[in-house]
Design a protein around this ligand. Sequence first.
Ligand SMILES: Cc1cc2nc3c(=O)[nH]c(=O)nc-3n(C[C@H](O)[C@H](O)[C@H](O)COP(=O)(O)OP(=O)(O)OC[C@H]3O[C@@H](n4cnc5c(N)ncnc54)[C@H](O)[C@@H]3O)c2cc1C
Length: 300
Amino acid sequence: MYAHPFSYHRAQSLGEATKLLHQRGEESRVIAGGQSLIPLMKMRLARPTALIDINFIPGLSEIKGRDGEIRFGALARHSDIEASEHAAAIPILHDCAAGIADVQVRNQGTIGGSLAEADPSGDWAATLLTLEASVICAGAQGERSVKLEEFFKDAYTTVLQREELLREIVVKKPAKNSGGAFVAFKRSAPVYATASAAVQLTLDAKDTCKDVRIVLGCVGLTAIRAKQAEAELYSKKIDERSIARAADGAREAAEPQSDMRGSAEYKRALVGALVKRAIGIAVRRARGEHVEAGHEYVGR
Ligand SMILES: Cc1cc2nc3c(=O)[nH]c(=O)nc-3n(C[C@H](O)[C@H](O)[C@H](O)COP(=O)(O)OP(=O)(O)OC[C@H]3O[C@@H](n4cnc5c(N)ncnc54)[C@H](O)[C@@H]3O)c2cc1C
């Protein structure tokens, strides 16, 4: 199907983009990688009358590490992040970026577009919620910083105002002896995951867990922080029993719905297994081991 007719505008600055959004009215939309918006337009599930292209705004794709933080420009592509030195240093970022869809989608899709889209099945939300992340939003009134946990309001809904743009994603570098893992289970590369689990934790010198975040993806309207699961590990030595209890906590926190990817019961069981696996990998990485992880496919 062809998209509904629209006009196309190339913004040269964030200021120009917000101005164009204002001038072109309610039905105008920003386009970044187009990997969510264009398919929706082709199915006529989205009918913007004007597209404001932000791809030509200088500096918006940069990834910079400084003062204990990593700053991702909203236009940083999944593949740029996958190849970045920061993803090598913080493996959970690599797990996520390297497994999103296929190489074509990863070369076009952006981290900013993914967060702004707020698709409940998107991988970045769960991953970044385990790190201390915030986003910088830019609009006609200036800029504001929003903690990522306050950014998502509902499925496909964020706190971004209509004429506001996501400019940057800021992630604090994890402390020493930290490790994380993002594990997603999907039927094949070009589809979204059936369920996913992101875990980031820090161990002290005695191997006790002194910080932990566990976030579940694809099993709720937004990514879900599994606080009971975290409590099962926090301030404790991580062993098989505490991991099993954390997995139970994650299963309880999940709010899955049955759909073509599986029944609610199946997804609940799956998320428990993924959390177990992600904790195991996170612990090994926190101890300095190199472990491969990421998206896993049916039958692999
Ligand atoms: C076949 C296929 C499989 C996929 N599988 C996965 C997957 O497994 N996991 C996953 O996480 N994702 C997946 N995706 C989605 C992909 O990650 C997209 O890149 C992402 O969802 C949107 O990023 P984008 O840059 O393409 O945004 P666009 O499609 O350009 O925009 C998406 C929405 O965000 C808005 N927007 C974009 N940038 C900004 C900004 N800077 N500020 C404010 N609003 C903005 C747009 O107006 C639009 O409403 C898949 C996509 C396809 C086509």
